[in-house]
Design a protein around this ligand. Structure first.
Ligand SMILES: [Zn+2]
Length: 75
């Protein structure tokens, strides 16, 4: 679904709107239709979380040693 970010030219309210077909969104703050469409909003809001590697707490990947990765090589 096309999700666009708009800035209201009347009250400067910023919001995101799903645009279906040819319907024009209105400002949720003042109901104005004088909006400026913002570009390049792709996946901006979904960034920020970092996927830390989880292998550190897992048993040794090669031999299953419960002491941790590489523990089997310390013998
Ligand atoms: Zn507005």
């Amino acid at each position: 679904m096309p999700l666009f970010e708009y800035v209201c030219k009347k009250c400067s309210h910023q919001f995101e709107a799903l645009v279906m077909g040819t319907t024009n969104p209105t400002c949720p703050s003042c109901q104005s239709k004088k909006l400026e469409k913002q570009l390049s909003v792709f996946a901006v809001s979904s960034r920020g979380g970092n996927d830390a590697p989880r292998e550190a707490a897992a048993p040794c990947g090669t031999c299953g040693d419960p002491r941790g990765p590489g523990a089997c090589a310390l013998n």
